[in-house]
Design a protein around this ligand. Structure first.
Ligand SMILES: [Fe+2]
Length: 193
């Protein structure tokens, strides 16, 4: 199963610019922005009709747009069971599909998305330790993530496997923001992989 691939969306920079404009208007104070902000489909479709056209041409039905805002974490000590961050190795169990695609919005260059070959017993242990009703995500303890399988930089749109344990290793103290797009099913993205 492929872990990731870049995705060629024509004029994706228009999507980035329009979403950034909407986001800045809706959330003028970036400090108050949660890790995941849902974005109504119609906002994107109205703002970037060419993206809607591209999705339709490629038979991709979007069930959700979200904006991820990851923040740099200074040390491992201040991460608790209730802290969720893309910079902790995790698997996105709440996500209905294996694949999503992400479009960079801000400060993504330099940070690295990494995939790990994590042993399943550690996954179960970590799952029991970290999953809550609010955050049905499985996080690995530091040091338990296993060998690095692959990595990439989100400097353009990319499809990624969100079930394989992964993290974003932050290299930047500014919030790292991307748009994530969830298709109705994996088959809609398979032709790109
Ligand atoms: Fe994730």
């Amino acid at each position: 199963m492929k872990l990731w691939t870049y995705l060629d969306i024509p004029n994706w920079e228009n999507i980035r610019d329009e979403v950034n404009t909407w986001f800045a208007q809706e959330y003028p104070n970036i400090e108050e922005v949660k890790m995941l902000t849902f974005l109504p489909n119609q906002v994107i479709f109205n703002a970037v009709p060419s993206f809607k056209l591209w999705l339709d041409e490629n038979n991709i039905e979007v069930i959700g747009f979200g904006i991820f805002t990851f923040r740099y974490t200074e040390t491992t000590e201040n991460i608790t069971e209730n802290t969720y961050g893309g910079n902790i190795v995790h698997t996105d169990l709440a996500n209905p599909t294996t694949y999503r695609f992400n479009i960079p919005l801000m400060n993504t260059i330099g940070s690295v998305t990494e995939f790990f070959d994590s042993p399943i017993e550690k996954a179960i242990e970590a799952a029991n330790a970290s999953a809550t009703e609010d955050s049905p995500t499985r996080m690995w303890k530091f040091g338990d993530e296993g060998p690095l399988l692959d990595s990439f930089v989100l400097d353009r749109p990319a499809i990624l496997n969100v079930k394989v344990p992964h993290r974003v290793r932050m290299t930047n103290r500014l919030p790292r923001i991307c748009l994530t797009v969830c298709p109705a099913n994996d088959e809609q993205l398979l032709k790109f992989l």
